[in-house]
Design a protein around this ligand. Structure first.
Ligand SMILES: Nc1ncnc2c1ncn2[C@@H]1O[C@H](COP(=O)(O)OP(=O)(O)OP(=O)(O)O)[C@@H](O)[C@H]1O
Ligand SMILES: [Mg+2]
Length: 259
């Protein structure tokens, strides 16, 4: 399924001293983090630690209050930045697939190509079909989203993002709304993308995926990076009590520490 010659240029991300507050609630406190071109970084941490906010700052769905973010040479925090131009290079996949219910799978994958990239209909359909095939849904182009399983819908969302030729993919818990039996098919697609050399920043609770696929794992808690390093080190041999406690809870959700 994967192609050995990547059809994209991978871009890196460099985040430095990032701060974000909602009112008096500072949810990102001086975060520095980088993802090199072609690297896969998994971001893990408890609910409310700021993972989604961090991801959303990278493509300016949230406006940072301080620090700098460089995405493939674009200074995201520069007030003169052409946001649409920067976003063209960044694909994002959310927990909810956000497909248009009244459009076919193929149309879902062409609409932004036509509007944003101004591609011809033929070209957009060709690219969409190619990416649908890549996610194993080449035969599903004419279906509507409600005729697909959750896992299939998420794969369409990935094909839609890929159809914009991103240089970087952001994933925010892409499998956490799925039935357990369809989680694997989405992770397999992400694994192939990583193998193809896509730069990926992935928020996930899937520790096995993080351990196997991530070049590095970043553990956040309370708006700061608590631990960071190779997956085998952070997940296999956590150094801080916070990471040890988090890991215990994700690996055994029935574990409740009543203090
Ligand atoms: N739009 C918003 N307005 C106000 N507060 C917000 C907003 N978005 C997030 N927050 C707060 O920021 C903090 C971090 O939220 P965030 O969604 O980034 O956490 P998360 O690590 O992604 O959690 P989860 O694992 O539950 O998705 C939380 O305390 C949250 O309540
Ligand atoms: Mg989140």
């Amino acid at each position: 399924m994967s192609d050995s010659t990547p059809s994209f240029t991978a871009a890196g991300v460099t985040i430095s001293g990032l701060r974000k507050s909602y009112g008096s609630n500072e949810v990102l406190k001086d975060i520095s983090l980088s993802v090199n071109p072609g690297e896969v970084v998994c971001l893990i941490g408890p609910s409310g630690s700021g993972k989604s906010t961090l991801l959303r700052c990278v493509n300016l769905l949230e406006q940072p209050n301080g620090g700098t973010i460089d995405v493939g040479g674009y200074d995201v925090t520069d007030p003169d930045l052409d946001i649409d131009e920067m976003r063209r290079h960044v694909g994002m996949v959310f927990q909810q697939f956000n497909l248009f219910p009244h459009l076919t799978v193929l149309e879902n994958c062409t609409v932004a190509q036509l509007k944003v990239l101004k591609r011809s209909k033929d070209e957009a359909q060709r690219v969409a079909q190619q990416n649908l095939t890549k996610v194993g849904l080449g035969e599903f182009a004419d279906r509507y989203p409600d005729q697909l399983s959750g896992g299939q819908q998420q794969r369409v969302a990935i094909a839609r993002a890929l159809s914009m030729d991103p240089q970087l993919m952001l994933f925010d818990e892409p499998t956490s709304a799925l039935d357990p039996e369809t989680v694997g098919e989405v992770l397999a697609i992400m694994r192939n993308l990583a193998k193809d050399g896509m730069t990926m920043l992935v928020v996930t609770h899937e520790m096995a995926f993080a351990r196997d696929v991530a070049d590095r794992v970043v553990f956040m808690d309370g708006g700061v990076v608590v631990e960071e390093g190779p997956a085998a080190q952070v997940i296999g041999d956590p150094q801080t009590p916070r990471m040890q406690d988090f890991l215990k809870r994700v690996l055994d959700p029935t574990h409740v520490d009543l203090g």
